[in-house]
Write a protein that binds this ligand. Structure first.
Ligand SMILES: Nc1ncnc2[nH]cnc12
Ligand SMILES: [Zn+2]
Length: 342
């Protein structure tokens, strides 16, 4: 008999909201700093971890961008991605759609080639080495100009065989989606899939704008849709997936505690919710940890957990490999969710 929720057999799932730079664990950051001769302003990994007390999204972003100083070579990006994929695989992730932030590297003199080739060294072999299929999503920083986003899209053109889609991240409030209309139109014309962070700290109107102006197929976070019943109805009707990140929401104080998270109400409303880790090195857990946390804090039963796992594959960009998606979905249906630990 299979032991359900055995840690050696975690829930099969896809991760759809994961910033690769947000997987930089303190130990790897210090190792890369030593390798590259970069001075870090923290004495050691404990001191760095001490700094992980965030007031809001911006206070996290300040640290997140600062620590990227250690990422300089192809090998650094390869090691970063390999470390994430190993951890994700151990927590049941079968498929990962991975964000990266090229502007945060280009502005430090690290080229698009270094970033994409480095990540690809790990991602290109990941089904073999980690048993995890992957897609790469290039995010634009919404607190930078639309012109900078367009230049970034241009710089990515030689790598479009490796990039599945575009996203929009960084400081949300004051940077509504419409600013990026032209760059999303250009991305669509290149055949790229479209997602955007919206409704994390920003108002529900940003979610509507991301759908109507940017044509996004998935909304990252989307938490604040719950303030607008007509928007919830639309998201349900149009089956727009939301990539929720519960531990991130607690650490960035968009919800007070995990027990206050609206996930159960969102599922009850019929929203197509998924559970993801966002920046796991900073927020206290990877994909499986997020599943465990919501199961325990919110008392989600076996069928709700199955729904979340199923949704993760339904919402993924696996249209170019339906056979693989069907295999993953069959695994979800065969999984015994009735036990007592993801
Ligand atoms: N949670 C988040 N929101 C916006 N931008 C991000 N970049 C990395 N993590 C992010
Ligand atoms: Zn995010």
């Amino acid at each position: 008999m299979k032991r359900p929720y055995d840690s050696s057999m975690p829930v099969p799932k896809a991760e759809l909201h994961l910033h690769i730079e947000g997987t930089l664990e303190p130990e790897l950051a210090f190792a890369l700093a030593a390798r590259n001769g970069v001075d870090l302003p923290w004495a050691d990994t404990d001191a760095l971890r001490e700094a992980y007390r965030f007031q809001d999204l911006q206070s996290f972003l300040d640290l997140y961008y600062a620590l990227m100083a250690v990422l300089r070579t192809e090998r650094d990006f390869e090691d970063l991605a390999d470390a994430y994929l190993a951890r994700a695989a151990a927590q049941g992730v079968r498929h990962a759609e991975i964000f990266f932030d090229p502007q945060a590297h280009l502005s430090r003199g690290v080229s698009m080639d270094t970033v994409v080739e480095g990540l690809w060294r790990a991602l290109g072999r990941s089904t073999r080495t980690h048993g995890v299929s992957t897609r790469l999503i290039m995010c634009f920083l919404r607190d930078e100009s639309a012109g900078s986003a367009m230049a970034t899209l241009d710089a990515a053109k030689p790598y479009l065989d490796r990039i599945t889609g575009v996203g929009l991240d960084s400081a949300e409030v004051g940077h509504p989606p419409a600013k990026f209309r032209e760059v999303y139109e250009a991305a669509a014309a290149l055949g790229l899939r479209r997602v955007a962070h919206a409704g994390e700290e920003g108002p529900p109107e940003y979610i509507t704008e991301a759908l109507d102006v940017l044509g996004v197929e998935r909304v990252d976070h989307g938490l604040r849709c719950m303030e607008d019943p007509a928007l919830v109805e639309r998201l349900v009707r149009e089956r727009v997936p939301l990539t929720l990140c519960p531990l991130s929401n607690v650490r960035l104080r968009t919800v007070d505690t995990l027990a206050d998270h609206p996930l159960p109400a969102m599922l009850d409303a019929g929203l197509l919710c998924t559970v993801n880790s966002d920046d796991p090195a900073y927020f206290g857990g990877y994909a499986g940890d997020n599943f465990t946390a919501v199961r325990e804090a919110l008392g989600l039963g076996p069928e709700r957990l199955r729904e979340l796992a199923r949704n993760s594959f339904l919402a993924s960009f696996l249209e170019d490999d339906e056979e693989r998606r069907a295999r993953y979905l069959a695994e979800v249906e065969a999984y015994d969710f009735a036990g007592d630990a993801p």
